[in-house]
Design a binder for this molecule. Sequence first.
Ligand code: HSE
Length: 303
Amino acid sequence: MTFVQGPVRATVPATSANLGPGFDTLGLALELRDTLEAEVLDGGLVVEVSGYGEGQVPLDERHLVVRAMRATFERLGQQPAGLRLSCTNVIPHARGLGSSSAAIVGGVWLARELVAGGRLLLDDAALLDLAARLEGHPDNVAPALLGGFVISGQDADGGFWAVPGSVDPRVGAVVFVPPTPVETEAARGLLPDVVPHGDAAANAGRAALLVAALSSRPEELLRATEDRLHQEYRRPAMPESLALVETLRADGVPAIISGAGPTVLAFTDGPGTTTADALLARCPAGWEAHSLAVTRPGATRAD
Ligand code: HSE
């Protein structure tokens, strides 16, 4: 196995998972991208982080991107003698916008690029499976890797799959990011082991409708984003976020908890209906709001 000489740069998008009814299966890539650069060295490990996580995340083998790179080199058969990694992070951490999936996808993608002929040894399906195993569920890593809207899941044998869906060009998003983080593990810990059959059936129908609404029927987004499986259970960890979702939905805006929260995502569906400017004006005090396009490319090479 031969390593590529010189640095390789990649950008990886933020993602919003669940999208209301699609718990652990639906995800959307958003135009907010971390940039990562990696290079094989003769020895040692150098990790630099700027932006989110700077001064907080460990700059050694515990760094999430490094762990993802190590797992990928392991799968490809050889670790490099040394490694340099530089991360420029603009995706907020622990807010439900897929920062850990962006780190994992960035790591597996960069490691594959650093191996000569890496794409022949590990195709996108294998890379997705590896990234989802590291993350534990596929709904953020799939759109982070593939871009756009992606339906993903896990087979009975443990393997992960992903199928891209289409998104009507009128559809965009405004995200409302609260100042306080919520760790995904804590948000998952609030979910019950068992849910009523009626709730599961309602979500199945809404998730199916959401695929159609996103692809060509954005006027159905409000009904299609109803959820009964996770958002309400998570209210104790993010009461202000649930309150904002309720207020927006009461006004006809298709709003959901993004991923495991606490960010709120509201869909925009074109001029004359739900516009980004009108939504940005509804940002609660102390929160950040951003209008973000759905991004087509997933992880990709950067100049
Ligand atoms: N589907 C996941 C959850 C997304 O809601 O816990 C967060 O990683």
